[in-house]
Design a protein around this ligand. Sequence first.
Ligand code: ADP
Ligand code: MG
Length: 588
Amino acid sequence: MSEIIIGIDLGTTNSEVAVVRDGRVEVIAISEGVRILPSMVGLADDGSLLVGEAARNQYVLRPERTVRSIKRRMGETSRIALGDKDYSPPEISAMILRRLKQIAENHLGQTVNKAVITVPAYFSDVQRQATREAGEIAGLEVVRILNEPTAAALTYETGHQCARKALVYDLGGGTFDVSLVNLEGDVVEVLASHGNNHLGGDDFDQKIVEFALDHLQTTYGAEVADAARLSAVALARLQRAAEAAKITLSDHPYAMLAEEYLLLHQGDPVHLAVELSRGDYEAMIAPYIAETLDATHIALAGAHLTVSDIDEILLVGGATRTPLVARRLEEALGLVPRGELDPDLCVAMGAAIQAGVIHGDQTSRVLVDVTPYTFGTAAIGMLDGEEYPYCFIPLIRKNTPIPVTKSEVFYTAQDGQERIDVGVYQGEDRDALNNVEIGQFTIDGLRRDAPAGSRIVTTFSLDLDGILHVTTREKETGLEHSITIANALARQETDQLDAARERVRTLFGEAPSTPGSADGDGADHRRQRVEALALVEKAERLLGTAGAEDGEDLVNGIEAVKDVLDQGKEGLKVAMDSLADLLYYLEA
Ligand code: ADP
Ligand code: MG
């Protein structure tokens, strides 16, 4: 059996191990379905060593026998107490590495003696040396210490002949690093790096914990909130619940924080049950994200680059799954970050790819199943500075790994609105009508007494077979509707679609859309279409009160407009004029 080299991401919060076999990168499972090992070690009461999840569970009850975030102390000469002994930082890290080595050996069925281990780009020589030492203590020859942003960039495809500059934005549990890297052929070079060693997802959790404590204070009074603050167990439970809520909010517009029997106060149980919306959560964490953007600009200056020099943004670290991160980056840098690879696994994958290169393996590009299209719905919004009812609202973006579920909240536009039409579109245009409508349904029977702004939660789930489930739910009543669209992925390629759209346009005697004129024409036609639809709606409302003869005229007028809705301006204008005349006559 040939010797194998594993790749390890030894993180502050979590660690992972990966390997290249038969040209494929594989992140090795720690336990059934779990590929992430918390970077924690502890000593159980019976003296046995706990690593990973078990240590994390013990932390709540026995913090003095548990160590976390050892990576922050690599390179220090201090000793870390664990039970009645003390250890150096490399010794503690070695316990994590040893566990990963064992996991890899069990999985591969052979002994493993060599590894590539990643470190932050800003790590000093002393810190790198300490990491190497940790490997040696764990029985691993460290064949290469690799920078984390380099590892991430390796995963995101290499081999481009022309040089590209990537911004690697890495937001983990307790650290933030941003690096600028130059990619050329198979060579990845870090140009500059900056960050904050005490900023990450843990801070987001803490904000949610404070929110929960505030809620306890308003519901039960200050005494109860203080009691919760003083109880290590209650606080730990709040922290767990906060992290879970945070993760939910990455894909859903609301999350529930519910902990029954959180504590006893004067003999009475205290239950926590409060909902947090994504909007409120984003307001809490916005200052942290702003800080990361400041650091990003400092790193850019350090690399003597400007925003326009960046070719792509790569997201690394579990906390980058927070949608606000990509949104703010897009606003600040004008680029949509790439997100097709797992942000918490890509550093380990890159380490394995590097190990494969050292070993002489050929590694094909990392393959993941991603959706090649964006899926979304339409809502009223602003388009080209004007209010427009069919703004495309993407829910599942192109290149998102599947299976995936995303939901968003929408609001009704009118008081007592009883129905909503939901269009499901595939495409990339900001105008939903320029995308392909792949499904459509109507929610009827909303509450008549509900004011405008009632919340409707729409959920898109896309599975590996390309089946798209769309569900909408009125938040207050739970009224739910859904449709299933089979083979949502088996649609035509985008350029084929463009060609088809072009053919249809010419068929209707319209000028082909050329970059210069298209926008004006498109916008004109859009506006006219919207006016026509509004007219139809108005006519439909009048149908209920019109007499039989007028009713028939109305139906004919409506049909006439609908028939020519997608045709040239002139025909539509004629139909609209005659329907408008009819309405004028009926209203008078
Ligand atoms: P590190 O590299 O520092 O060890 P990770 O990259 O593993 O850390 O990131 C861990 C952080 O990512 C934790 O704060 C965790 O709660 C957060 N996280 C994981 N999944 C999500 C998610 N879906 N949404 C938001 N945060 C997440
Ligand atoms: Mg990391």
